[in-house]
Design a protein around this ligand. Structure first.
Ligand SMILES: Nc1ncnc2c1ncn2[C@@H]1O[C@H](COP(=O)(O)OP(=O)(O)OP(=O)(O)O)[C@@H](O)[C@H]1O
Ligand SMILES: [Mg+2]
Length: 281
């Protein structure tokens, strides 16, 4: 039997006032998506289509103007430690060391000091930051800061992980390691994940389903099933035919025919071609 719905996004709208006018701008319009407990869902879509806005609403930092969002059947009432976030910026506390950043959620949860230390040790190792425990964010590269943000979100063991382009700033090799680490953590813990990315390969490599969002105002264009085997490692599935077919489907959905009429008569892309390797949007 399929798992129960964990996150139900039902027809949400989100409007912003256009600067210096009385007009509203619609960032999300009638956006609906249900993510089941333990599911790994990726969200892809053009820049500005409302992906980060969606995550702000799921985190509880912003409210939808219409529609509703339920978690475990209940409306979101604000931020909660049940939902871990890794945002597009790193959003680390600049006055806290790497270790103290990672322990933040555990302090709020009143986890005893010794356990906090053990947990932060584990996650520092996991993201490969041994030796940097006492560094401050300004002493780290962007990719290292991002790794601290991921460790911080994982350390307090939330049921839901909301990730906004978490690996965008890390180098290709670290990115691959972290993708596989994330999959292995997810396989072991059964967390529900919503993962926003600009990389089609990353979305297909990681997720059970890829939600493709239309250009602004954002709404779901299609949700693509990724029926690749589990447990899975991105590096292992990347060269399979099924991977290419699914990647190509997502890529097709992201093509905006209205915006690119000159491509209307272009020949179909051969999915075996290198053109899809590392395709980003
Ligand atoms: N606080 C805000 N005030 C006004 N407009 C906003 C605000 N936040 C977002 N927007 C607008 O809403 C739209 C969606 O923004 P959002 O950041 O959600 O896009 P995105 O899909 O995450 O883009 P990207 O892929 O570039 O990160 C954009 O046009 C943006 O300018
Ligand atoms: Mg964004």
């Amino acid at each position: 039997m399929p798992n129960a719905p964990k996150i139900e996004i039902r027809g949400i709208d989100r409007k912003f006032r256009k600067r210096g006018t009385n007009e509203d701008f619609c960032a999300l319009s009638g956006f609906s998506l249900t993510v089941r407990e333990g599911e790994f869902a990726a969200v892809v879509g053009p820049s500005g289509c409302g992906k980060s806005t969606l995550l702000d609403i799921l985190v509880g930092l912003a409210k939808a103007d219409g529609g509703e969002v339920l978690i475990d059947g209940k409306p979101i009432r604000g931020p909660s430690l049940d939902r871990g976030i890794v945002l597009q910026g790193y959003a680390l506390f600049p006055w806290r060391s790497v270790r103290k950043n990672i322990e933040f959620g555990l302090e709020i949860k009143r986890v005893p000091k010794k356990e906090r230390g053990a947990a932060s040790d584990r996650f520092i190792r996991l993201v490969g930051l041994e030796g940097f425990e006492n560094h401050y964010p300004y002493e780290l590269s962007g990719g290292m800061q991002q790794r601290v943000a991921i460790a911080r979100a994982l350390a307090y063991d939330p049921e839901v992980l909301l990730m906004d382009e978490p690996f965008a700033a890390v180098d290709a090799q670290t990115r691959e390691t972290m993708q596989d680490e994330l999959l292995s953590i997810w396989e072991k813990t059964g967390k529900t994940v919503i993962f926003v990315t600009h990389s089609i390969e990353e979305a297909v490599g990681l997720a059970d389903r890829v939600a493709v969002v239309s250009k602004s105002p954002g709404r779901i264009k299609e949700v693509v099933d990724v029926n690749l085997p589990r447990p899975r490692r991105v590096s292992q599935v990347r060269n399979t035919t099924d991977f290419s077919i699914i990647t190509h489907r997502v890529w097709e959905l992201l093509q905006d025919k209205e915006l690119a009429p000159r491509n209307a008569g272009a020949p179909a892309v051969d999915v075996g071609e290198k053109i899809l390797d590392g395709a980003v949007i």
